[in-house]
Design a protein around this ligand. Structure first.
Ligand code: ZN
Length: 158
């Protein structure tokens, strides 16, 4: 039987380059973040996959973990490590909010699109990204098309 850790990584696809995102392919909540279910002592607990990944990378327990910021602006990314390569960095709730505002003001594109959309659109975007990765694996062009909010099946203008 697979361990919890094996079950977790079976739901993740890692980009081919060291700096790429690692996208969650499991359940996605209505806020656009992933959902991973832990079963322990006959009880189930739903956790955010990026927080579980951070626990695996650093050993910081979920109940003692500060809120985490996505440097990559991808809510379903679980690329956590204990060094500077991590896409997930600890921050207070206040820092998270300031970070969002800064990204909206200074964004040259993707951040503005992402943070500028509502909760339903965020969830829809996360699910389309996941479904694309499940259907076709990692394909830079198709992933970029979703990240930059275009339909990869739509005809191109050029
Ligand atoms: Zn990432």
């Amino acid at each position: 039987m697979a361990t919890v850790e094996e079950r977790f990584w079976s739901k993740v696809i890692k980009g081919p380059r060291p700096g790429d995102c690692w996208f969650w392919l499991g359940a996605i909540s209505d806020d656009g973040y992933g959902r991973f279910t832990l079963n322990r002592d006959g009880r189930t607990r739903a956790v955010r996959p990026h927080r579980y990944a951070y626990y695996l990378a650093t050993g910081v327990l979920l109940d003692e973990m500060p809120s985490l910021m996505h440097d990559c602006d991808e809510p379903t990314c679980v690329h956590a490590s204990a060094d500077s390569a991590s896409h997930l960095v600890p921050g207070s709730h206040r820092e998270n909010m300031l970070d969002r505002i800064k990204k909206m003001r200074h964004s040259n594109g993707s951040g503005l699109r992402y943070w500028g959309v509502g909760r339903d659109a965020q969830a829809d975007r996360s699910r389309r990204l996941r479904d694309e990765l499940l259907a076709n694996g990692w394909n830079d062009e198709r992933i970029a098309a979703i990240r930059f909010a275009h339909d990869p099946d739509a005809p191109t203008l050029f």
